[in-house]
Design a protein around this ligand. Sequence first.
Ligand code: SF4
Length: 341
Amino acid sequence: MTDIRNYSLEELEQLFKDWKASLYHAQQVFSWVYQKEAASFAEMTNLSLDLRKRCKEKFIFQELKLIKMQESTDGTKKFLFGLEDDNLIESVLIPAEGRNTACLSTQVGCKYGCRFCASGLAGFKRNLLAWEIIAQVLEINKHLAKSRVSHIVFMGIGEPLDNYNNVLKAIKIINYHGGLNIGARRITISTSGLIPAIERLSKEGMQIELSISLHASDDKARSQLMPVNKKYPLKELITGCKKYAFVTGRQVTFEYALLKEINSSRQSAENLAKLLKGWNAKVNLLIYNPVKDLPYEPAPGPEVLAFRKLLEDARIPVTIRKPRGKDIDAACGQLRISRKT
Ligand code: SF4
């Protein structure tokens, strides 16, 4: 038995074909699960009793258990979900003018051990299945009165490109018009920079937004902050990102958390400008949300502004992202860690 949301439309159609049922019924099942948010086959009254029975024998509907929900004064909501095996994951809803962005987890823990991130602290346990990724969106939708999740960012716990197949399957279901119908340009994958997976993603024929957690502009500093840089150093990473931008026609975003006395100097800004100048790249400067037990502090305001100005002078699009949900530990992994301590 497997959760119905682990099946792509193609897989469900293949199964129905094997059962000698009409392929159209696979689309009907999709519509019940993702658009009418059905939680049992009994509700699928436009399917024959026999087909409902066969589906019930083959599939289950599992649930994420809501363990805790915190709401920030700025409207950000953070969810701690329990999985069937009692592992915990987090998701965040970030409401803004005209959009509801869901920040999703893709793994339980993370292997990559970036020094500034709470998610790596408890180590890696396992990949999430497609249904566990999609169910985060469905659960968040239950907390939205009149609207639905409109944008997805894979920036929660885990390295999404390290769980490539399940993340891609979830994205295809989220994107499909008969699924959750969220456009590919409204879906962002944030990666620490797994170059072969970035190349594979560029060939999927989808215009998924790519965002790189960069956070340093020379190999020495980046390898210290993000050990993944030893395997995939900056020069090769930037080449891979340029290829992604070329193949997909999408601008690549670089996330850069300005950390006091670590990566916020004028030299760091100049190095960054050199890497990103003249191609389809932009920078999100992040005001770091300090994490308990980690030694980093946000860079002072004047340094942040000087850093931005240098990038602007180099004609690189740059924004400063305000921290959301500061009062509820909204940086990835913080709620899960605080629950365990
Ligand atoms: S920043 Fe991302 S890749 Fe790095 S440890 Fe955190 S979750 Fe993993």
